[in-house]
Structures are given as structure tokens and as C-alpha cells.
Write a protein that binds this ligand. Sequence first.
Ligand SMILES: Cc1cc2nc3c(=O)[nH]c(=O)nc-3n(C[C@H](O)[C@H](O)[C@H](O)COP(=O)(O)OP(=O)(O)OC[C@H]3O[C@@H](n4cnc5c(N)ncnc54)[C@H](O)[C@@H]3O)c2cc1C
Length: 74
Amino acid sequence: MAKLACNEAGYFAANEALQIMGGMGFSEEITVQYCQRRTRGWMIAGGSVEILKTKIAEGVFRRRFSQRPADSPD
Ligand SMILES: Cc1cc2nc3c(=O)[nH]c(=O)nc-3n(C[C@H](O)[C@H](O)[C@H](O)COP(=O)(O)OP(=O)(O)OC[C@H]3O[C@@H](n4cnc5c(N)ncnc54)[C@H](O)[C@@H]3O)c2cc1C
């Protein structure tokens, strides 16, 4: 839950900072674009936000959920 909250809050903050700075925020000359890219990567690495939400739901409902699409053969 902590990783999910930090991933979403970190990316939100970095993305907002980039937007506020406009075109300069997108420039590689300043740190904001680096923060935006880094925080975005951590929404995938080490447990993506989708998988974390599934894991949290399993804890809340005390049951396992299939990680496969509904129309999967098994
Ligand atoms: C910045 C960065 C650093 C990394 N560092 C490392 C590292 O040091 N060591 C290492 O081993 N790997 C590392 N990785 C790889 C990382 O662990 C994988 O990218 C991650 O596990 C996701 O696997 P995947 O890329 O194959 O995406 P997939 O598993 O193919 O997923 C693609 C998308 O589908 C979603 N998805 C998949 N399954 C489900 C499901 N059942 N329900 C809902 N959504 C689903 C995912 O959330 C994701 O958005 C890194 C990745 C990044 C971006």
C-alpha cells in the first residue's frame, strides 16, 4: 500500500511540476523531466500499480484473484 501511494503521489507531483514549467519542464537541461521519468518508471518496476492494486484487493477480500484474462483457457 505504501509503494502504491508513493508511486502515485510521486508521479503526480513530478507531472504537475513539469506541466507548471511548460516547455522548460520537458527540457533535459533541468531536473523536472528526470523526476517525471523516474517516478513513472517506478509505477512499473518492483510491482506495477495494477499488480499492487490486485494484491491489496486480495488482502481486503481475503481471497486470491486470477492474474489471467477472463477468457484465458485455464
Ligand atoms: C525503471 C525500471 C527499472 C527496473 N529495474 C529492474 C531490476 O532492477 N531488476 C529486474 O529484474 N527488473 C527490473 N525492471 C523490470 C520490471 O520488473 C518489469 O518491467 C515489471 O515487472 C513489469 O513486467 P513487464 O515489463 O514484463 O510488463 P508486463 O508484466 O507485460 O505488464 C505490462 C502491463 O500490464 C499490466 N498487467 C500485467 N498483468 C496484469 C494483471 N494480471 N492485471 C492487471 N494488469 C496487469 C502491468 O501492470 C503493466 O502495466 C525494471 C523496470 C523499470 C521500468
